[in-house]
Design a protein. Structure first.
Length: 118
């Protein structure tokens, strides 16, 4: 099973004003999405199995004087870079492993619900 991972780092918390700058991002509410190469049939449409992990990441403002990016210039790619840098590879690998385990459980369930009829 191959998994495609995508980041959504578009929901942020800002200080309206911080050290003479406006709309300074200090926290990111992020989602790491995983879509499996395995699919299931949903009314005739093949849909990938999906799972997500979400959390928030507080950002260091220590680099603000040299690294400030105006809010209107921010993109998901820029903010994702901040989040992944703050998390580090080891933590990201843990999140990806968690998503892969959840996808495996969806694809190969160890339990299934059943209804008893009279």
């Amino acid at each position: 099973m191959a998994t495609t991972f995508t980041w959504d780092c578009t929901k942020v918390d800002v200080y309206p004003t911080y050290e003479s700058e406006s709309d300074v991002v200090y926290n990111v509410n992020w989602v790491l999405n995983g879509a499996s190469s395995e699919t299931y049939d949903d009314f005739g449409v093949q849909v990938p199995y999906r799972s997500s992990v979400y959390s928030s990441q507080e950002l260091s403002l220590a680099d603000l004087p040299t690294g400030f990016v105006p809010f209107e210039d921010l993109t998901n790619t820029i903010v994702t870079g901040w989040v992944t840098s703050a998390l580090g590879d080891e933590k990201i690998d843990e999140y990806k492993a968690q998503i892969n385990a959840e996808l495996d459980q969806l694809i190969n369930p160890t339990t299934v619900p059943k209804t008893i009829t009279d």
